[in-house]
Design a protein around this ligand. Sequence first.
Ligand code: GLP
Length: 260
Amino acid sequence: MAEVIVLDTPDDAGRFVAAHIAREVRANPEFTLGVATGSTPLPVYQALHAESEAGTDFTRLTAFALDEYVGLPVEHPESYRSVVDREVTVPLGLDPARVHVPDGSVEGIQTAGARYEAALEANGGVDLQLLGIGRTGHLGFNEPGSSFGSLTRVKTLTERTRIDNARFFDSLDQVPIHCVTQGLGTILRARHLVLLAFGEGKAEALAAAVEGPVSASMPGSAIQLHARVTVVVDRAAASELKFRDYYQWAQDHKPDWQGI
Ligand code: GLP
């Protein structure tokens, strides 16, 4: 079962996760971080920036993004390449050559998935994968029905996801319909998954992902197949969890040596 950590605010969660990542990076400067986009991981990136200002050196870190829109020019401010550069690469001083985002160009689409899988393999995989969860239960852009064995490939977004993401664009029409996303099988290969969720709007999907049943209809439930998962949420997102008293009990009795 995942370790579930409930904190008061998204900023507390961001600091908690960033402190863990910074410790890992100090121990292994060539750490590989899987980065997610959307609003959820932003408090982690802000806190990582603070860790960087406080002296942790992230310049040898490698990053792999989960997904990218198809057909959005990379220089578009909402392409995930632009988002990752703005929120992660520049503030943390990463080497741009070590920051990987799937190729969402129409010209490269036939081979984008295989090339991304090859790059992940050549790197030796991902040490820690940050994940948000969509209201449809998606991880990356793996919408309901995605195979648990799936690898990086083109997917079609649900209307729910397009409407949710329209807030980043001027209008719904501008939200692409297709994306290239790491598959659930790709995500499950990362050595540690850290799933974040904040706010009441995520409570239902979070509870379904963490407490099951395991089903391709709820892509987030794939995390239950992974041996090392940490779920870090605020109280609102935790509100539908059946076993939250137990999670709290485990936190209250967590030995210092345990880590996450
Ligand atoms: C986006 C991303 C996901 C993200 C999810 C939730 O569309 N592709 O990686 O986790 O949807 O987004 P948000 O964090 O903005 O709620």
